[in-house]
Design a binder for this molecule. Structure first.
Ligand SMILES: *Cc1c(COP(=O)(O)O)cnc(C)c1O
Length: 361
């Protein structure tokens, strides 16, 4: 049997040509070929991020870089903006690194408001702020530009941003935003196999890192940057990923970044229209994500059962995250999916809903 088509908000469907790159013979990671590969991949990621800052590559998932951001950039106290599970993860990381997390938490499904961030910074005495751009657990896209502008009024406060599930599907413009660490993994809208991540680090973040003690070795931004400057990797990278990334970014730029973002917006609109007419959108109006939609079931439909039924139709979506598991499900319309594929998913969903009505009457 064919594996189900992935509409999960990570991991996402990977093109066979890209998967095939993972099985190339290994190359020496200190050689000229690896150097060229690392240099090219970093440059292309810089373009997607809209960043002229230093790009660091990491053979880890994005959570590794979240922890790195905290260890390199948070001295004592960090304002953690949270509207869902991944915002909460930043808080846990800050605390588990022995620093103080000041939570600014809003109800799941709502977005974080720049005014609230301004107030919190006014009360302040924090040396960094963490933010999740696109909260994958709730399908909320936070106002990144506005929040960045507020944090930008405090030059000593570093802004650490998770763009894990937006990068490659929604615009992120590091140079305009002025983020200090902007990080993502590759298994979401970039549509690559999991196990690799990247970030853009500002001069201020590197400066902060230089003054930090006990930040560890593997994720030390200063050591990573010294290697990256020479298009090298501090430790052995997954060269299999580097091959696959190079290939995938060629596909990405041949589609064009703007076209890709527009495609994501169209897929999102289609899913939102479908969901709005049949169930309820979980995200606050005006702050819906273009890569993932979280839908609250109505009429006694069990979200887990619904996901199971879709799986039998050949589509895998995701149940709600954590505490939302029973009442919501999520469709990840991200990566390399087409509008037609989204339509076939929604048609299958409609067949299931029609069947349920049929059973009830
Ligand atoms: C998936 C996800 C993460 C975690 O990424 P890993 O690569 O699994 O570490 C963090 N933040 C957001 C918003 C995500 O969607």
């Amino acid at each position: 049997m064919e594996p189900p088509l992935l509409f999960t908000p990570g991991p996402t469907w990977v093109r066979p040509e890209v998967l095939a790159e993972m099985s190339r013979p290994a190359i020496r990671h200190r050689g000229a070929e690896a150097q060229a590969l690392i240099g090219e991949v970093a440059k292309l990621f810089g373009r997607i991020l809209g960043s002229s800052q230093q790009i660091l590559l990491s053979t880890s998932s994005a959570t590794g870089l979240m922890e790195a951001a905290v260890r390199n950039c948070v001295r004592r106290r960090c304002l953690c903006l949270s509207c869902g599970a991944f915002g909460k993860r930043w808080m846990e990381i800050v605390e588990s690194c022995g620093k103080t997390a000041i939570g600014l938490e809003v109800e799941w499904g709502k977005a974080i408001r720049p005014e609230a961030v301004a107030e919190a910074l006014e009360r302040g005495d924090v040396d960094a702020v963490t933010l999740v751009h696109n909260e994958t657990s709730t399908g909320v896209a936070n106002p990144l530009r506005e929040i960045s502008a507020v944090v930008g009024r405090y030059p000593d406060v570093l802004l650490l941003v998770d763009v894990v599930s937006s990068l490659g599907g929604m615009p992120v413009a590091v140079d305009e935003l002025g983020t200090d660490v902007c990080l993502a993994s590759v298994q979401k809208a970039l549509a690559l196999p999991a196990g690799f991540s990247l970030c853009s680090v500002s001069e201020a973040a590197l400066q902060r890192s230089r003054s930090m003690a006990e930040k560890g070795f593997y994720f030390d931004f200063v050591r990573m940057q010294e290697a990256a400057r020479k298009s090298q990797s501090l430790t052995t990278p997954s060269t299999a990923h580097l091959f696959a990334i190079r290939k995938q970014l060629q596909f990405l730029f041949s589609e064009g970044l703007d076209v890709r973002h527009r495609r994501h917006r169209r897929m999102a609109q289609r899913v939102r229209e479908w969901a709005g007419a049949r169930m309820e959108l979980f995200a606050e109006t005006g702050f819906e994500s273009d890569t993932v939609t979280c839908i609250r079931t109505t009429g006694g439909i069990d979200a887990t059962e619904f996901c199971g039924a879709l799986e039998s139709e050949g589509f895998r979506i995701a149940p709600g995250y954590g505490k939302l598991k029973k009442r919501t499900f999520r469709i990840g319309h991200m990566g390399d999916h087409s509008l037609q594929a989204v339509d076939s998913l929604l048609e299958a969903a409609d067949r299931i809903l029609a069947g349920k009505k049929g059973n009830a009457s």
